[in-house]
Design a protein around this ligand. Structure first.
Ligand code: ADP
Ligand code: ASP
Ligand code: MG
Length: 422
């Protein structure tokens, strides 16, 4: 009789089986792009809710944050507080709609904005880092509700202003919440079946990867594979939290991002990524003497600018040198301003910026113990008459800077050269 009751009245299950799991699920912009898609998300939730408590993190509807960014550019607003308020507005809409749909299905749900948790961040507007999450308050909400629907990408700083975590930052909200609540799973639902050997929207032969080490995913994200926000991978690695990236449409098993120890095979190259988000800055006629690089990159660091690749050409006369480096596109103007306005600290003859460049990277754990990987990259590019403008490497990654117009061809040729084609 006991079992009959709990089977007939599933609502009662949770009272008998106290050890429910907590699952964090994140749905990106394309998964909540309209009411039909949000209804689809509600169906996925309906399945999971039978056995679990859920925290669901949402992005804005696809395209909405871009639209907000365009408004900011149109009015040329430089005010961080206002800009972050505008940028984070899209998430407010989606959480309200989903929570309303869930409640109409008799699933007890509450929508929460970042400040209501609160998710405390630092003051770096538009690339804020999460400092603290009030997990006791989350647990209190979880006692009263079956689902928390939480706005991704946003937090609040100690001055009480809304901050945003950087484009694509909802992934980071999800991982930070999963880590803070010690969740049993963290599933990132998106518009592709998982993490692929390269961006499936430009490489039609790209294959889905079943398992990937944190380090590889970290390199892939930070070199442009936008399927996961870089900071979200860092946080998952730090907390040893297994992530699953999967599709909200096909619902096939996705890609697991986990500790390298759980990988049986270590691929020499597991993926090829690209980023068009780099601007090349070349400074010519800078004095060639000790301390110059420290001064130059010190000024940029003080401006909180992320410098990526660096090349210095030794001068022929031993007096002057040229330095080339790359920064994210949206920091290039500020970087130039800083250097031009500090001529008393550092002098040079000219500063040139070039946005028409692209960074191509090959990544793989097996690279550590294998020679010839870089050579294959350089030869493949040379065979296709693609000139290399800068190079940078890590233990498991090689990146080159090339002219932007060769991006697609370079990625496709390298994908094939490393036998990644499916
Ligand atoms: P969401 O809105 O769900 O956060 P994103 O657009 O941020 O989704 O990320 C998913 C997209 O990332 C895919 O549509 C794909 O075009 C792109 N992408 C780039 N590189 C990869 C890769 N290696 N594997 C999978 N997707 C990738
Ligand atoms: N809506 C934000 C963006 O488009 C955050 C996210 O989607 O992860 O960048
Ligand atoms: Mg994203």
């Amino acid at each position: 009789l006991f079992f009959n009751i709990i089977i007939i009245i599933p609502e009662l299950n949770k009272y008998f089986f106290k050890s429910m799991s907590l699952i964090v699920m994140k749905f990106g912009g394309t998964s909540v792009a309209n009411i039909e898609k949000i209804n689809n998300v509600a169906k996925i939730i309906q399945k999971e809710i039978k056995k679990n408590k859920l925290i669901v993190i949402l992005s804005a509807m696809a395209g909405v944050t871009n639209q907000m960014q365009n408004y900011i550019e149109e009015i040329n607003s430089k005010n961080d507080i206002e800009n972050d308020l505008i940028l984070t507005s899209g998430e407010n809409v989606t959480i309200g709609i989903l929570s309303s749909v869930l409640n109409s299905k008799k699933i007890k749900s509450i929508p929460l904005l970042g400040w209501q948790v609160p998710i405390i961040t630092d003051n770096n507007h538009q690339k804020a880092k999460i400092l603290n999450i009030d997990k006791d308050r989350i647990n209190k909400f979880l006692k009263d509700y079956d689902v928390i629907v939480l706005a991704g990408f946003q937090g609040i700083n100690l001055q009480g202003n809304i901050t945003s975590l950087g484009r694509g930052g909802s992934d980071t909200t999800a991982v930070a919440i999963a880590a803070a609540t010690n969740a049993d799973r963290c599933d990132i639902y998106t518009d592709v079946d998982g993490v692929f050997t390269s961006d499936p929207s430009i490489v039609d032969k790209a294959r889905k990867i079943n398992k990937l080490a944190y380090e590889e995913m970290l390199e892939m994200s930070s070199t442009g594979a936008k399927v996961l926000h870089t900071r979200s991978v860092e946080l998952a690695m730090k907390n040893n939290l297994v992530l699953q990236v999967l599709s909200s449409i096909t619902k096939k098993p996705g890609t697991l991002i986990l500790d390298e120890k759980n990988l049986i095979e270590k691929e020499i190259v597991s993926g090829v990524s690209y980023s068009k988000n780099e601007t090349k800055i070349t400074i010519s006629g800078i004095e060639d003497k000790p301390g110059i690089s420290a001064k130059l990159f010190g000024l940029l660091a003080d401006g909180n600018i992320n410098v990526d690749m660096i090349v210095q050409n030794i001068s022929q006369d031993g007096i002057y040198a040229n330095i080339t480096f790359t920064v994210p596109n949206n920091e290039a103007n500020f970087a130039s301003e800083i250097l031009e306005s500090n001529s008393s600290v550092i002098s040079f003859k000219s500063l040139k910026t070039d946005e028409n460049v692209s960074k191509i990277s090959v990544i793989g754990m097996g690279m550590m113990s294998q020679s010839g990987v870089a050579q294959k990259m350089f030869k493949t590019l040379a065979d296709n008459s693609i000139n290399i403008l800068a190079i940078s490497t890590s233990e498991i990654k090689i990146s080159v800077l090339i002219e932007g117009k060769y991006t697609d061809i370079a990625v496709k040729k390298l994908h094939s050269a490393y036998n990644l084609n499916g």
